[in-house]
Structure formats: structure tokens, C-alpha cells
Design a protein around this ligand. Structure first.
Ligand SMILES: [Zn+2]
Length: 433
């Protein structure tokens, strides 16, 4: 009887990646331990970038990575990386997220992606599954918006997205970002010049931070893309008059024109496809007995569909222009941000989808309405994201919570996805955004 030739004995004899056992209690214990590194004077488990709690939390994390047999280093942009050598294939299979939080943030945002990545690395090792590529688990530096008005410091730094002008930004005390990096033990020069080579593939596990998975009763989300963000400042200029003496039909009230824009944005964004928010409004002079002569409205539109954003923006500005001219009020528009959507790589999406289905989970495709480090990494390599549900869709608050069973499913799908990504052929050069 002829024997079947084996092309890759290590592979064919290795356990099936979808059967990798993850230890969810170990992940929960890690989450609880890291949560103890928090700012004593702030609510919940606050761990803002560069502060003492963030720094000491990272010392703990580095030790945890080393215990798992990972080689630990911090790169030029301040990202903490735990690596396990592969069988020499070029480029690394990378996963990770962030351990910094917003003020009053929760225990899961970002943290699950780092500690879940660590558990995936431990679980693969325990199952005897080695990878062709190096495996890296990353804690990206400073993902949340910081005192310098910048987010994703570390992931921007390694993808060419951090500039000298960013380093010169100052916080409320006049301290530059460059100084903060220096105090954190990173040379600012290397933070902007230390580009990563293109990874073989990248995947980030994250809580959804919204209600879509929960409402659909699904446990795993395959992210289709990160939404585009369009922000404009609309300024209305009317006429300042006495609120007691000027008849209603003779007013040029800037605040009333602004109110029409606010409601137009809400109305235009109905029906799905995207969201519209006017989260900041200023009215001058801000006195009860004065007809306002100036009003500023910050409009934000987000959608995975760039056409949706353009259509709503144009319609909102048309409504504002009509309201202004009817009221005899001037109007100016300043575009503040126009970030295109970031589609996730089809091969990474397929790998997540297949890993979930092999684990008996039917995943749901959804867009990410929030920013993530993955947006930056997608500039240099094929990238994707796995979402798990957030209880009541809550995030950036103390109530942030993800069910242990959903954590287990997320980490298990992450581990199996990493194996599937390892087996992808090399990426086509220049395929990244
Ligand atoms: Zn996050």
C-alpha cells in the first residue's frame, strides 16, 4: 500500500488551529490585574498614556509577556512588543491593541486585544502550534486621544503618520509631545523615523463599543472597514440686538440658524448608512437678553460609504445656507477633517470568518464607527479586526463590560485566525493602502 507523501510534516501533524484551547480565566485574571494599575485620583481604571499608572501597567505587561516565553522589546515609537520566533518566513504575523484608557474608561477597550493576543500566543504554544512567521503581540503606545490632541501615537509612529509638527504640539502646561516621549524613555527622532517593515498580516481583537452584535445576538464581528470621518465647522454671523425691544420679524438670529443646521444633520443622518452629530455648539454673546450675533456648530459625519458622507454633508450645508439667507445671516464653512474610510483586507476578513465558522460561530459583518490602531497599520500591510459584544453597547465608561463567554470566543477565534494568516501566501507588494 502506497503511503501519502506529506509536503509539510510539521503542519499536517500539528493540531487543528480551530481546536486551540484558550484559558478564559487566565485572561480575566490578567484583565483584573492590569486594571489595578490605575490613576488613584481618577474614576474607575483610568490609565492615560505616559502617566505613572500607564508606565507601571506596562512593566507588569512586559513581565507577563516574558513569562509566556515571548521576547520583549519596546520599539522606537514606544510600542511594547512580545515576539515568538517562527520558522523564518519573511514578515511577522502581528496582533495587538492598546492598554491606555480615556479618563474614566473601562477595563476592556484596547486591553482585551493586548491580553487576548497574549493568551492566543500562550494557547498556540501550549497546543504545540508553531508558525512559519514570527508572531508579535503589541501594546501600541497611546491609542486614545491625549493631552496633545493626538491619538494612535505608536501606530502612527511606525507607519509614517507621526510628524515633526506633531512632536511640537504642547499640552495645557506647555510640555511638548517630544518631551513627553523623552520622559517616557523614547527618543522623539526614532518615534517618527522608526518605520515597521510591512507585516505578513495584522489582526486586532477589540470590543465593539456599540450595540450591533448584542442586538443581532451574535458573538463575533468581522469588521468590514473603519468608517470615514468628515468634520466641518459652520459659523453663522447675524446681528446683535436688544432681546426686549427688537420685534421677532426684524431679527438676524445666528443661534436660530444654527439650530436649523443641528436638526438638519440629525434628520439627514436617519435611516442607517452612517451617523451625524453636532456635539459642540457655541453661541455669542451668550446672554439671555441679547439676540445672538454669532453661532458655531461643529458637524461630524461618519460612514463606511464615502458617497453617504458627501451627500449628507452637501445637503446639510444646503439647509444651513437656506436657513441663513432666509434669516439674513452670514455663513462660513471650514473643513477640519476629511478622513476616508479604511476597508479591511479581504484575505484577513476571510481568515476571521473561516476561523469563527470552524468554531461553530456564525459571525456578523459590521463596520467600525470608532477609530483603532488598525487604521494606521492598514497603511503598511493587510489588516483586519475581530469584534466581540459590549454589554448594552457601552464603552469609554465604567459600565464597559464583555461577557466571559464572549471573551473566550474572541480569543479562540483570534488564535485560529493567527494560524490562518500565517498560512496565507506572501502579500502582493504595494497592496496596502
Ligand atoms: Zn480601543
Amino acid at each position: 500500500m502506497a503511503t501519502t507523501p506529506q509536503s509539510g510534516p510539521e503542519r499536517t501533524s500539528a493540531p487543528a488551529p480551530d481546536a486551540v484551547a484558550v484559558d478564559v480565566e487566565r485572561v480575566r485574571a490578567d484583565i483584573a490585574e492590569l486594571a489595578a494599575y490605575c490613576e488613584p485620583d481618577e474614576p474607575g481604571s483610568t490609565r492615560r498614556v505616559f502617566r505613572d499608572a500607564h508606565r507601571s501597567g506596562r512593566v507588569w505587561l512586559a513581565a507577563r509577556m516574558a513569562e509566556a516565553g515571548l521576547e520583549v522589546e519596546t520599539d522606537g515609537a514606544g510600542n511594547l512588543i512580545g515576539s515568538r520566533k517562527g520558522r523564518g518566513a519573511p514578515g511577522a504575523v502581528v496582533t495587538g491593541s492598546h492598554t491606555d484608557t480615556v479618563r474614566g474608561g473601562g477595563r476592556y477597550d484596547g486591553i482585551l486585544g493586548v491580553l487576548g493576543g497574549l493568551e492566543a500566543a500562550r494557547a498556540l504554544a501550549a497546543a504545540g502550534i508553531g508558525l512559519d512567521h514570527d508572531l508579535q503581540v503589541v501594546d501600541f503606545l497611546g491609542e486614545e486621544p491625549n493631552d496633545w490632541g493626538l491619538s494612535c501615537v505608536g501606530s502612527r509612529g511606525v507607519t509614517g503618520g507621526l510628524t515633526r509638527a506633531d512632536l511640537d504640539r504642547t499640552d495645557a502646561q506647555g510640555r511638548t509631545l517630544a518631551q513627553a516621549l523623552t520622559d517616557f524613555g523614547r527618543a522623539p527622532e526614532t518615534a517618527i523615523s522608526g518605520r515597521w517593515p510591512s507585516p505578513h498580516a495584522f489582526v486586532e481583537l477589540h470590543i465593539e463599543q456599540g450595540p450591533v452584535l448584542e442586538l443581532a445576538d451574535r458573538v463575533i464581528g468581522v469588521v468590514t472597514g473603519i468608517v470615514g470621518v468628515h468634520r466641518v465647522l459652520v459659523e453663522f454671523s447675524g446681528r446683535r440686538d436688544h432681546a426686549g425691544t427688537l420685534p421677532m420679524d426684524q431679527r438676524h438670529d445666528a443661534a436660530c440658524a444654527a439650530a436649523e443646521l443641528i436638526l438638519a444633520v440629525e434628520s439627514l443622518a436617519q435611516g442607517g448608512g452612517g451617523v451625524g452629530t453636532t456635539g459642540r455648539v457655541e453661541v455669542e454673546p451668550g446672554a439671555m437678553n441679547v439676540v445672538p450675533d454669532r453661532a458655531r456648530v461643529w458637524v461630524e459625519l461618519r460612514s463606511i460609504d464615502p458617497g453617504w458622507v458627501v451627500e449628507r454633508r452637501d445637503a446639510a450645508l444646503a439647509a444651513a445656507t437656506e436657513a441663513a439667507s432666509r434669516r439674513g445671516v452670514g455663513l462660513s464653512v471650514d473643513v477640519l477633517c476629511d478622513e476616508a474610510p479604511t476597508p479591511m483586507d479581504p484575505q484577513v476578513r476571510d481568515a476571521i470568518d473561516a476561523a469563527a465558522r470552524a468554531a461553530g460561530i456564525e459571525p456578523l459583518e459590521l463596520a467600525s464607527g470608532a477609530e483603532h490602531d488598525t487604521r494606521q497599520i492598514a497603511r503598511i500591510g493587510r489588516s483586519g479586526m475581530i469584534f466581540v459584544p459590549s454589554l448594552d453597547g457601552r464603552s469609554h465608561c465604567l459600565e464597559e463590560w464583555t461577557d466571559p463567554a464572549h471573551i473566550a470566543a474572541g480569543v479562540r477565534v483570534l488564535a485560529a485566525t493567527l494560524v490562518r494568516l500565517d498560512r496565507l501566501p506572501p502579500p502582493t507588494p504595494g497592496a496596502a493602502r
